[in-house]
Design a protein around this ligand. Sequence first.
Ligand SMILES: Cc1ncc(COP(=O)(O)O)c(C=O)c1O
Length: 456
Amino acid sequence: MELLVTLDPADRVPLHAQLERALREDVRAGRLRPGARLPSTRRLAAQLGVSRGVVVEAYAQLHAEGYLATRRGSGTHVAHAAAAPAAARGDAPAPRPRYTFHPGQPDLSAFPRTAWLAATRRALHALPDQDLGYGTVRGPRVLREALAEHLGRTRGTAADPQRMLVCSGLIQGFTLAFAALRDAGATRIALEDPGWLGHRTVAAHTGLEAVPIPVDDHGMRVDLLDEARVDAVVVTPAHQSPMGAVLAPDRRAALLGWAQRTGGLIVEDDYDAEYRYDREPVGALQGLDPDHVLYAGSASKILAPALRLGWLVAPLALSRALVEHKRHADLGTPLIEQLALAEFVESGELERHLRRTRRRYRARRDALLDALARHLPGVRVQGVAAGLHAVVLLPEGTDEHALVAAAGARGIEIHGLGDQRFEPAGGPPGLILGYAAMPEPAIAAAIAELAELMPR
Ligand SMILES: Cc1ncc(COP(=O)(O)O)c(C=O)c1O
């Protein structure tokens, strides 16, 4: 193999280092592919007009760095592990989807940058130097009080700031709560099926056995909890994730009855309850029985997932254990973001933002319903009264997986219901269409294209 390398004897960089650099760059840029054989040291030295020692030294260095490898009998070649990045190899990058029905993602372009910046500035101005040390593990009192007032007024929680803990998103919140339950002797936790994958992954991570409880048009089948023999249950009563049902009043009562009778814990995931379009929001369960319900809320849907801000309101019995787990996780969520959120809530900006985004998401939801009625009149749509996504149930026998793949190949990102089930094929095929981040014309165009892919 001839190598296109030129060395400059006048350069102050030694010849072996010049050769090393040239070969390293050739591998990185994909000009030398993994497995490519290099000339022998003798031959390359002759080609470059340098002593053999220069090439030996360069090869040895690149060998040590992992760029080159040597096989007995076949000389030196580019190591297989030294793959160039895809862009350097000239591979086509995966096409960006033209339309994204990402479930549960708010419209990130609606993030209230100006108001958030102003809230951060005010929070920093008011922050005494000594508060920049290690803070309270639970989160600053001003934020807990602001959230308690907001949640009490808008969600009907009995949110005592003393029992509240601010966490780095609900993924951390559930991790802390499940670990505290496990420490208290819990082994089995009931989860909705279909249900949010995050609950399942956190249960696995914390060593709790997840027990699936089916969901129907009225929410979780709480009548099955007794025979499930669980220590705790996670529910999304205001807007079941993903199917969209509201937990029926008799089931709410039965669920609280189960907790009071057995001493089990209800974990109420109130992830998107602020978005309800056709009637008043259903109040949180926690307000009815704060000693048996752990309330969990998040900034991910109402503001942005990148903030990584969530909050728990725990029964007294669990409250201290949560703080201990949080202490060991990170000593507390970043303070400046928490103070900015406190300002944001107290100044009324959160309410303003919610009013604005509610209007926007409602218009998008309506556009989705119109487009589905026009282009896919045979499908059943549910869960549309609230939240940021709708569920479309596909005709029996539709290959959900194939449809998701075909849509992906056309640049339409959609998600199937199968991923949310304990058994992917354990229920009718369906799609979860997150509409919050899509302008109305894009929704109409994407659904028209999707309809063309549906088996007839
Ligand atoms: C059901 C459910 N709960 C909670 C969350 C929020 O998690 P986090 O606060 O970690 O973003 C989500 C986000 O997608 C969700 O879908």
